[in-house]
Design a protein around this ligand. Structure first.
Ligand SMILES: Nc1ncnc2c1ncn2[C@@H]1O[C@H](COP(=O)(O)OP(=O)(O)O)[C@@H](O)[C@H]1O
Ligand SMILES: [Mg+2]
Length: 822
């Protein structure tokens, strides 16, 4: 197995000879990079689609690639059933009791037989417990259960949060996002709405659109409130009242509120936010296999959730950098109903966009269906990989043939319809036809034995017990209280744990300052119902600090500090100042209306004090400001300022994969032609042996081609070698010729064969050693990162301003104050 591990080659199975009805030689290795053009897997129920895709997801996990898995039937949770010891005790809790009873076995005896079955199955495919352990260790496996507490619950509250700027700035994407969100929300309410005709749809779309365009988040409670009292006055040319009278709007608001107040609905509000960036890796930067189990949901809820998840994935994807390597997988088992050719459910548009744009961002989409007629062919015409399993009806076969013919035409390949028809007819369980546009021709193969125990759908209780430990470890966000319709959900910000409030006595008049003392106002960013706004005089220091190191690393950091001003001997102490996250440009020239002002210490009204404070500030920055970075020794790269270790490791992993894929590609270009040429020479030499032997014996011999390919040469040579050469059984040309050694011509020809064989072995050894060099590369997920701390030079500190800044605070009736700018 070692030959291809760590090269980004997914071990999916071995070639299968349909005529002989037996496995061929070699392995079927799939290039991880090919998946960026997506894959589709079709075949009738029981044909082994899910099994094959479990293989693929296992291989991806081993390769450090995270995946988002949508699991409508509950089969994919089997990915958590991995037992390196393959013991009876491991299997016993998971075996299907009914199957045991049918076989008249006790649970334990049945578990023993299943464990044996798995051990043997894996051994037949060259796999063992060590590889299972490797899989388990490679990723964090999780089952999320939206709307349920069985697995890890998912909070959808955030889903009405404004999408990232990359989406907001793109008109088309933004319209799509608004549309699908509204359609799925209305679907949840049982309203099947036409985006163009339904006034519900139009109104909510308008509300979402105007909030999001300004970067404002909404939650369901806020939405309910706005449906009743919309901020806009017109919809199109009509005023809101005649477009959608308030009496009717109230009804819509009520049905949303009822949804919110329904007893089961609170589980939709608890748990982890649907934040794809956080879901794809653990806090330590380990890839995650995130299984979203939706078997327990009703149809409308499923659609709502799937559309939401797809939209979130789309939003996440758009914030990623471009790559040519595989970054993550989005997998959906049984796509039925979510991607139909004619209708337009809320899931379809985001899925289409993901298929269209995923490639650039390294997101590989894998879709599975038992019914090829269910798929939107327009969306799939660009899908690079097809896994076609056993099909049931002639209509299904015809549909698939049509699809394959289209792909062949698109890539200028020859298409033999009749032969393909025969192939499709010959497929049986776990035997698939692989059509990959990145390779020449098609290949029939048998899927390898899955490492995960494929016991079928897991029950709620089983999911619960699988996720119990994980749930205990994660400190889930506290449940958010359900808010009734009339009360807008502006939860008060928690009181900051500040010992002394800086707000002193109030003097509601704004103090008068000499003209040479500059002053600014910090903008009010958070609102606070009944409190009074109070301005406190503070000293704001802001600087730009430039860092550089020997390795051509250049970075600039902003430092802004807010210090109190006192009348005592030490008027300003920068060491006790607070950092404030505020671009200079946001400072305002005028105060908010109706605000009160605290008294001004006399030191603050003398201009020359500011000159001294400015010098102090520069000194403080020089002594204290450091740029803390992490450096990866294996990739010789430093983290960005503000980048967490986790995010840095996630970034490094992709970089390492890109480098690896590039190195593999180079090796391929270097070795493939040499391997091809060598194998051709070998073929000719063997033919010569056969010819000579034939002449010597006077009897017609069948010439067969021996293809002494090792795993490596089949992996590296596959993309250019004609596939008809591959996988043919070797016949014992050598054995035949040995018996005819008396002919010297045969002997000479035989010597040539051996010489070529030797050269081929040498080439293979060379390839192997160069491959090892790629495999040796350090693992950025676990390597020790070096900590670097850079200090600035005095010349590199650019103090932008040290000025009197009025800081706004909210003061409630009890005299408690909270900052109003953050
Ligand atoms: N790769 C595999 N390794 C071991 N068993 C498999 C594999 N693929 C399929 N099977 C067996 O075949 C059964 C049906 O396969 P499955 O993948 O569930 O079919 P489908 O998803 O096409 O309906 C599985 O329950 C399992 O017992
Ligand atoms: Mg299945």
């Amino acid at each position: 197995m070692e030959d291809f591990e760590k090269l980004g080659a997914f071990y999916l199975g071995r070639p299968y000879d349909l005529k002989e009805k037996k496995p061929g030689q070699g392995l079927v290795l799939y290039d991880s990079r090919d998946l960026v053009t997506h894959a589709v897997c079709v075949g009738m129920t029981g044909s082994g689609k899910t099994g094959l895709c479990v293989d693929l997801l296992e291989e991806a996990a081993i390769d450090g690639i995270p995946s988002i898995i949508i699991d409508p039937k509950g089969d994919l949770a089997n990915l958590l059933l991995t037992f390196p010891d393959l013991s009876t005790a491991d299997f016993a809790p998971w075996v299907n009791e009914e199957d045991a009873q049918k076989k008249n076995l006790s649970t334990n005896d049945y578990a023993t037989s299943q464990a044996e079955l798995w051990k043997k199955g894996l051994a037949d495919w060259g796999q063992d417990g060590a590889r299972i352990k490797r899989l388990r260790d490679a990723a964090d496996f999780r089952i999320y259960t939206p709307g349920s507490n069985a697995g890890i619950p998912v909070s959808i509250l955030k889903s009405f949060a404004a999408p990232p700027e990359s989406i907001r700035d793109d008109n088309e994407l933004m319209t799509e996002r608004v549309n699908t969100t509204v359609t799925s929300l209305l679907g949840l309410l049982g309203i099947e709405a036409d985006p163009i005709k339904s006034r519900e749809h139009i109104l909510i779309s308008n509300i979402l659109n105007s909030a999001w365009a300004e970067g404002r988040d909404l939650d369901i409670a806020g939405l309910i409130h706005q449906i009743q009292t919309p901020l806009m006055t017109r919809v199109g040319v009509l005023d809101v009242e005649s477009f959608f009278p308030s009496k009717d709007r109230f009804e819509l608001a009520m049905s949303l509120n009822n949804l919110l107040a329904a007893p089961g609905f609170s589980t939709w509000m608890e748990g982890e936010p649907l934040d794809i960036q956080q879901i794809l890796h653990t806090p330590e930067g380990k890839p995650r296999v995130a299984i979203f189990s939706i078997a327990h949901l009703g149809d409308a809820e499923r659609m709502f959730f799937v559309a939401l998840l797809l939209n979130q994935t789309l939003g996440w994807m758009r914030t990623q950098s471009g790559t040519t390597s595989l970054r993550a997988i989005l997998y959906m088992d049984e796509i039925f109903g979510y991607f139909p050719p004619v209708a337009n459910p809320p899931s379809k548009l985001p899925l289409l966009t993901l298929l269209k744009q995923g490639r650039a961002f390294g997101l590989g989409v894998v879709l599975v269906t038992q019914n090829p007629v269910d798929l939107d062919y327009k969306g799939l015409s660009n899908t690079g990989t097809w896994f076609i399993g056993r099909l049931q009806t002639e209509r299904d076969k015809a549909r698939v043939l049509e699809g394959l013919e289209g792909i062949a035409a698109g890539s200028g390949q020859r298409f033999d319809r009749q032969q393909m028809e025969q192939t499709l007819a010959g497929l049986s369980n776990r035997i698939f036809l692989l059509n990959n546009v990145h390779e020449d021709g098609t290949e029939v193969f048998e899927s390898r034995w899955a490492m995960s125990y494929l016991r079928g759908p897991l029950t709620r209780t089983q999911i619960k017990s699988l996720m119990q430990r994980t749930k205990a470890q994660t400190t889930a966000a506290p449940p958010v209280p359900v808010v009734a319709a009339q009360v807008p959900a502006t939860a008060p910000a928690p009181e900051p744990a500040q010992a002394a409030s800086p707000v002193t006595s109030a003097a509601s008049q704004r103090p008068v300052l000499p003209p040479d003392v500059s002053q600014f106002f910090i903008p009010v960013r958070v609102g606070e119902g009944n409190s009074t706004l109070m301005y406190q005089p503070m000293l704001l220091g802001a600087a730009e600090v430039h860092f550089s190191d020997s390795k051509s690393l250049e970075m600039t950091q902003q430092v802004s500090l807010l210090a109190t001003i006192n009348d005592g001997p030490v008027a300003v102490d920068w060491a006790r100042a607070e950092t404030i996250d505020l671009p200079f440009a946001d400072l305002e020239q005028t105060a908010n209306e109706d605000a009160q002002f605290a008294g001004l210490p006399s030191t603050a009204s003398k201009a020359k004090n500011y000159t001294a404070w400015k010098k102090d500030f520069a000194n403080w920055v020089y002594r204290n400001q450091r740029l803390q970075l992490l450096e990866s020794p294996s990739l010789d790269l430093a983290s960005n300022p503000g980048e967490s270790e986790r995010d840095f490791r996630v970034r490094l992993q992709l970089l390492a994969r890109e480098k690896r894929d590039e190195a593999v590609e180079k090796l391929r270009q270097k070795f493939a032609p040499r391997l091809t040429a060598m194998e051709e020479r070998k073929r000719r030499a063997e033919q010569a042996v056969a010819r000579e032997a034939e002449q010597a014996s006077g009897q017609k011999m069948q010439t067969a081609i021996s293809f002494g390919a090792t795993l490596l040469s089949s992996f590296f040579g596959r993309k250019t070698l004609s596939l008809t050469n591959l996988g043919r059984a070797t016949t014992a040309v050598r054995g035949v010729s040995r018996s005819m050694k008396e002919s010297s011509d045969v002997g000479r020809a035989q010597e040539t064969v051996e010489a070529v064989n030797q050269q081929l072995a040498d080439l293979d050894a060379q390839l192997k050693s160069e491959t090892e060099a790629i495999q040796q590369a350090g693992d950025p997920q676990t390597e020790t990162l070096e900590k670097v701390s850079l200090k600035p030079t005095r010349a590199n500190i650019d103090v932008k301003l040290v000025t009197l800044a009025w800081a706004p605070y909210w003061r409630d009736e009890q005299g408690q104050t909270t900052p109003a700018w953050q």
